[in-house]
Ligand binder design. Structure first.
Ligand SMILES: [Zn+2]
Length: 325
């Protein structure tokens, strides 16, 4: 039995970046006018997704090992024992042993000259998965490996893969410069599955990066600020969150409808994937904590927070809704 690892975020991208040969794949196609659209499946089939840790950790978020370059793929959570699936037909280009966790593999599949998909943390290789082999869309590549993540103070063991789409006609000059969000290239059934998983996804960075595909950006010390504007309810007219990507807490400012600050302080959240809401504590500078609950799905947030020192609301029925852009 393999010892569980506790990780703060996805670290396999370094494995992918270190893979030899990636630059050559698209070498002949730069500037070419032969862009083909390729549609992808999700690397998980319906019914085998899970929400014990985060459901999906989306593209572009800044945190942990991706504080400065943004996450180059999506981390997809599986039920333990489920298979990682090829997102499209192609040819296996590489099967790379994981240096972080011996016995785990990163599999890379070429889809013509322009696209490649990457799948990390594969624990066992399915029959016939070897370099040079052809795979069909949806074919099992092997079993998703498990990891352990501490959420709040609770260790959670879950199965996952880091799924990445590389477009060799794309170059942002970041680490993994070919990486693009796979979401808009999903075929309709895969997009529906993604949307279902996304409804239940929860992750710390969503206060400031709530979208399924976020701008990876490239800054030395990312400080991300997002303004949420009230649509219904009686809480503050605006809530402004500022996230420092290497920290586990964020800052908040409650404002009135005109944007005048009413209160500011520190935010601590405990994401709970796959449940109706997670907890959020707003601690005013020099003041007493407001205990709250919230849920964010894309650009909409519902939040309820109590008066300082009062009990945490038991649900979101008394909450206010906010949107961001
Ligand atoms: Zn990842």
């Amino acid at each position: 039995m393999r010892p569980a690892r506790t990780i703060a975020t996805c670290f396999w991208c370094a494995v992918i970046a270190g893979c030899g040969g990636s630059a050559e794949i698209g070498g002949g196609s730069a500037g070419g006018a032969t862009a083909t659209s390729l549609s992808f499946l999700m690397p998980v089939v319906a019914g085998e997704q899970a929400y014990n840790a985060y459901g999906i950790w989306p593209f572009g978020v800044h945190g942990g090992g991706h504080a400065t370059d943004g996450h180059p793929g999506i981390d997809v959570e599986f039920t333990p024992g489920a298979s990682v699936r090829a997102a499209a037909a192609g040819t296996i280009q590489a099967v790379v042993g994981d240096t972080e966790i011996p016995g785990r593999y990163t599999i890379q599949i070429a889809h013509g000259a322009r696209y490649r998909t990457d799948y990390t943390n594969v624990a066992t290789l399915a029959e016939g998965i070897a370099v040079g082999g052809a795979v069909a869309a949806g074919q099992s590549l092997g079993e998703a490996g498990t990891q352990t993540l501490t959420i709040g103070t609770t260790p959670v063991t879950f199965a996952m893969t880091h799924f990445q789409v590389d477009d060799f006609e794309h170059n942002e000059g970041l680490s993994n410069p070919f990486a693009v969000s796979p979401v808009d290239a999903l075929d309709p059934s895969a997009r529906a599955l993604f949307d279902t998983i996304w409804q239940g996804a929860a992750y710390r960075q969503e206060l400031c990066e709530p979208f399924y595909a976020n701008d990876r950006g490239s800054v030395a010390n990312p400080v991300l600020t997002r303004v949420w504007i009230r649509q219904t309810g009686a809480h503050a007219g605006r809530v402004v969150f500022t996230c420092r990507t290497s920290a586990s807490t964020a800052a908040y400012v409650l404002q009135n409808e005109s944007g005048v600050a009413i209160e500011e302080g520190a935010v601590t959240i405990t994401p709970t994937a796959g449940t109706a809401f997670s907890t959020i504590d707003l601690t005013p500078t020099g003041g007493t904590v407001r205990r709250g609950v919230y849920v964010i799905t894309g650009s909409t947030m519902t939040i309820d927070y109590a008066e300082p020192g009062a009990a945490r609301p038991g649900d979101l029925s008394g909450g206010s809704t906010y949107t961001t852009s």
